[in-house]
Design a protein around this ligand. Structure first.
Ligand SMILES: [Cu+2]
Length: 190
């Protein structure tokens, strides 16, 4: 009984010790507002939880165009088009998953951090970006540039941002329990 009550108290304490980060990226051109990856630098202290996320090939494009993941996660690539597509990258671990027809999927598990351009040998204008981080604490900006990172334990962090064409310096922030820390990343030339 005592153990049960202690467990409950500990669980409640942890839930109440987290805050969130909410912010926006700004850019001169609206087309550069979405798909910026904002993430906690320095890695997660805890163990990585394996997870599978999806990237589709649909309408002759990769969806989503930018996919942030944590090292150790698996991406399942599905071809939803009536034509064959391939998936390969020349970055990082340099994989080539081959070419396959509609309705089929192939998967790849990322072991190294970095940015991996996803390319297709059948359609040389297809491109997407998988950003492999050493943290699961990241957010992706929407069409207005808004992003959020939930469930951060109270404390000090350095946030970095990755975007396809632009860049912005890292920022130091403080997260309080139950609070929301707001910030703006002005994106400019890399
Ligand atoms: Cu293709």
């Amino acid at each position: 009984m005592t153990t049960w009550i202690l467990s409950l108290l500990v669980a409640t304490a942890f839930a109440g010790d987290t805050g969130r980060v909410a912010g926006t990226v700004t850019a001169a051109a609206a087309k550069n507002l979405p798909n910026a990856v904002v993430y906690v630098k320095g890695g997660d202290k805890g163990a990585t939880t394996a997870k599978t996320v999806k990237m589709d090939q649909n309408g002759l494009i990769f969806l989503p165009r930018v996919l942030p993941i944590q090292k150790g996660w698996t991406v399942q690539f599905t071809n939803s088009d009536p034509v064959g597509h391939s998936v390969f990258t020349l970055d990082g671990e340099k994989y080539d998953l081959g070419t396959w027809p509609t309705g089929e999927s192939r998967s790849y598990t990322f072991q190294k951090t970095g940015m991996y351009r996803q390319l297709c040998k059948v359609h040389d204008d297809m491109i997407a970006y998988i950003v492999v981080l050493d943290t699961a604490r990241f957010g992706l900006s929407d069409t207005k540039g808004a992003f959020a990172i939930e469930g951060l334990p109270a404390g000090d962090y350095t946030l970095g941002v990755w975007s396809e064409k632009l860049a912005s310096p890292d920022q130091s922030i403080h997260v309080t329990a139950g609070g929301t820390t707001t910030l703006t990343f002005p994106l400019g030339a890399k």
